[in-house]
Ligand binder design. Structure first.
Ligand SMILES: [Zn+2]
Length: 154
């Protein structure tokens, strides 16, 4: 199914709407799509030696949702970097009730582009490393925690 056809036929949930519904009974029976930016990304080897990915999807506002990527999809999509805007088509669920999307087929994810507003917090941690919190650079270049630190010092 191509992206346009998928978007025409499936219900679309924005990430904030999906985050509210993720534990809703019966959601796994509804074909839906969502779109979000890959925030943090981990690639790991499962006990059986196969690669899997753990994406923390973000709408660059307040909502975030974990998406686990397994099997053929993990191999095909492991090159996608943080900041990539993806459409997720008819995902499954990993761990019922825990609020986590699951993708196993490469066709369930379409990379749309790179989010221009994606960035990392400009603050530094106590050990001198850059803060790894994802921020919307068009709104603020600091995460809430670092912004709060600055405002309490003033
Ligand atoms: Zn920060």
């Amino acid at each position: 199914m191509d992206l346009a056809a998928a978007l025409d036929t499936a219900l679309f949930f924005s990430l904030d709407a999906l985050a509210l519904r993720i534990t809703m009974p019966g959601l796994e029976d509804i074909p839906f799509t969502t779109a979000a930016v890959i925030g943090k990304r981990d690639a790991k080897d499962a006990a059986n030696g196969s690669l899997y990915l753990k994406w923390r999807l973000t709408d660059l506002k307040q909502s975030a949702l974990v998406c686990m990527v397994f099997g053929e999809a993990a191999t095909a999509l492991c090159q996608l970097i943080p900041g990539t805007l993806v459409a997720v088509l008819a995902p499954g669920f990993d761990g019922k009730g825990e609020g986590c999307l699951k993708v196993t087929r490469p066709g369930q994810v379409r990379a749309v582009g790179i989010a221009a507003e994606f960035g990392y917090c400009g603050g530094t941690t106590r050990d001198g490393k850059g803060c790894s919190m994802v921020v919307n650079t068009s709104v603020c270049r600091m995460c809430d925690w670092h912004l709060n630190q600055i405002s309490t010092k003033v």
